[in-house]
Design a protein around this ligand. Structure first.
Ligand SMILES: C[S@@+](CC[C@H](N)C(=O)[O-])C[C@H]1O[C@@H](n2cnc3c(N)ncnc32)[C@H](O)[C@@H]1O
Length: 232
């Protein structure tokens, strides 16, 4: 089984890939939130939807679990005037998220190491919890849903993007075909459960281009990194 903590720590230790960003921009066009250094398939429309559905008041408390480099959570916090707590297994991602918070001038933020199953956050301490393209890495989806419920205030809102899997992918933690029963068992009312328009075709195209340019991605990113270093 892959050591995801080690894998993501190494991934986020490197600068965001310039080549991948170009591929995402080509496939997603204006829907790609390039300025947020996302490591996911999240679109601008998804982010607008998350911000609207979170129903946060100014200074409301938002948590982003599996926050990566922090872009999506910071964008939603900035838009809703919420405070933000980001949790991730990779400290390297959190270091990047803290720098991004400063650059985006989002003040009330806290980025800390934690796991889907043990976030380390207090009971009933958030009005909204979000998670973008990360829940698939949780080893136990049931416990992750229970953890979402534990940290939310009664009536709090949960906004998640992830995949329902038809089969068990190799080397991934166990996946589920439908998250609704787990959410309901954890005490949630599932208010909406939708597919992002065109997600399948866009992700397929992104993966095709990434595999076509795999060598270029590692080679050109190294060149870009050297050029960036040289120009400092
Ligand atoms: C595909 S990335 C998405 C990152 C970010 N949400 C975004 O949209 O850019 C998945 C994230 O989940 C984190 N992750 C993986 N396993 C985790 C776990 N068990 N608990 C918390 N975070 C985890 C990874 O470190 C990574 O940052």
């Amino acid at each position: 089984m892959t050591d995801w903590k080690a894998a993501f720590t190494a991934t986020f230790d490197a600068p965001a890939s310039e080549v991948s960003a170009r591929i995402w921009a080509e496939v997603y066009g204006d829907e790609y939130p390039a300025e947020l250094d996302t490591y996911s398939f999240v679109t601008r429309s998804d982010l607008h939807r998350i911000a609207a559905e979170a129903r946060l008041e100014p200074r409301g408390r938002l948590a982003d679990i599996g926050c990566g480099r922090g872009g999506p959570g910071l964008w939603v916090a900035a838009r809703t005037y919420a405070t933000l707590t980001g949790v991730d297994i990779a400290e390297t991602a959190l270091a990047s998220a803290r720098r991004r918070a400063e650059a985006m001038d989002v003040e009330a933020t806290d980025f800390r190491v934690g796991d889907f199953q043990a976030t380390g956050l207090e009971d009933a301490s958030f009005e909204a919890v979000m998670s973008v393209d990360a829940l698939l890495f949780a080893p136990d989806k049931r416990r992750a849903c229970e953890e979402f419920a534990r940290i939310l205030v009664p009536g709090g809102r949960l906004l998640v993007t992830t995949w329902d899997f038809d089969g068990q992918p190799v080397n991934r933690p166990p996946q589920v075909a439908d998250h609704r029963p787990l959410l309901e068992a954890a005490g949630f009312d599932v208010l909406s459960y939708e597919e992002t328009p065109d997600w399948r075709a866009r992700q397929r195209r992104t993966m095709e281009l990434s595999s076509l340019h795999a060598t270029a991605i590692s080679h050109l990113d190294a060149v870009v990194a050297r050029a960036t270093t040289a120009s400092r």
